[in-house]
Design a protein around this ligand. Sequence first.
Ligand SMILES: [Mg+2]
Length: 401
Amino acid sequence: MNRRNWLAQVPALAAATATAARAQKDAAKITIRSMEVFKIHVNARGDWLFVRLSTNEGLTGIGEASHGTAFGNETGNDTITQKYLVQFIEVLKGRSIFDVEWLRSAVAPQTATGGISAACALSALEQCMWDLIGQALNVPVYELFGGALRTSIRNYANINRSTDPRTPAGFAAMAQRAVDAGFDAVKLAPWDDMPKDMSDSAQVEAVTQLGIERANAVRAVLGPNRDLLLDAHSKFDLERGLKLIDRVEHLKLFWLEEVTPVPGLPAIHKAKKMPMAGGEVIYGARGFYPYINAGSVDITMPDVKYCGGMLELKKVGSLADAAGLLVSPHGPASPLGNVAAAHICATMPNFLILEFSYGEVPWRAEVLDPPENVVKGHIQLSAKPGLGVKLNEKTLARYKA
Ligand SMILES: [Mg+2]
């Protein structure tokens, strides 16, 4: 371009710069106005709870708050999470869409005592805010977190919430469905029927052995070249947990997750014969710091809903990276939580794999508009502004809880 041509461009460039500056200034004036909550029925293990925030400028942002009180084997009940949502939106009304750290501080007393229900409520609102910020600035959310190292995010199929009957053959059949759908990594929690009272050794042994047979059946479906992940859901005491490691060594696991309650994990990790993963219910980078320092795991599993949101997920990932650990976000919930987590996974240098709750309902993908886009077990992030998806109101109405 010669000087004359370049000069001819100057007014257009100046106009574009002015427009961008005006847009930024306007974005700073966008404030939160109201909240809608949508609950849809999934199955006996829990519902999906969605939040949508509206602003003074007519933008809407979405987030997921599911499974606040539906942890482990408990049946879902999102009532407490909904109470926190109602409390928190009163705090947030009138604030800028950029006030993410402010919101986290403002509700700190509740998140300190409210467990994962309070965390889910905060996180859902926080996801909405990032969706709004991205739309206001016309960029996908991953651009706000350092830019994408990848936009195709590898997932493993968690078949634990969908398998019925829970026989070795039942798990094998669901694993086969996941493989047929394109997943090359499958997780199950094969010891969920372990009794809380472990005084009956014969019963404990029978459940332990049945779990190993379930895992054997899934490994047979996967063959040697796909990945098998086992979650023990903290069902073992330290002594039995150490023995379990030897008993599953032949399965060549991608990882073994949460064998014992947290205090026992460093000893389990030290004795390991396979990678160890965990940390799904821990809140905040501050919560992860002692867990990582104690040498509990190789792979940290912050959940975007339980850890405090997308920014906190990024912080936990950085903390893990500093300790030389990998990150595999937990999140066996809806496509919306997965998209929120995937935007952060896109930006993390130490990202390993993301959780995908496979086979719960045939209409899973239709919760979002456009529908959830998974190719060969990889979530595909779009370049659209914000999270890049909206809630599909027809699906929400049809399956309203
Ligand atoms: Mg788990």
